[in-house]
Design a protein. Structure first.
Length: 94
């Protein structure tokens, strides 16, 4: 399944990141990043299963980095991209 899931996760991350960067449908882009970050964080950075203390610490740092990005994505998913985004311009024209 890696041949399908790795490119799919790359597309999720790219589309979600570009959506937030440009401020175009940023709430949807943030949910795409959440959909990407949750499984990647749990599966790839499982510091609780690593025996070497140095590697466990590094995995914990990566895990917490992903949790931080997940929090930011959830914040954007609720509040939107802000007043300078394409979404705000599109809504102000109406």
């Amino acid at each position: 399944m890696a041949g399908l899931l790795v490119p799919a996760s790359g597309i999720l991350a790219l589309v979600g990141g570009l959506s937030i960067l440009l401020g175009y449908r940023a709430k949807m882009g943030a949910w795409l990043l959440v959909l990407f970050l949750v499984p990647v964080t749990v599966m790839m950075h499982n510091f609780w299963a690593v025996k070497d203390p140095l590697m466990a610490q590094m995995q914990m740092a990566m895990f917490l980095k992903n949790v931080t990005m997940l929090g930011g994505a959830l914040l954007i998913s609720q509040l939107g991209a802000g007043p300078w985004s394409f979404d705000a311009r599109r809504n102000s024209v109406r």
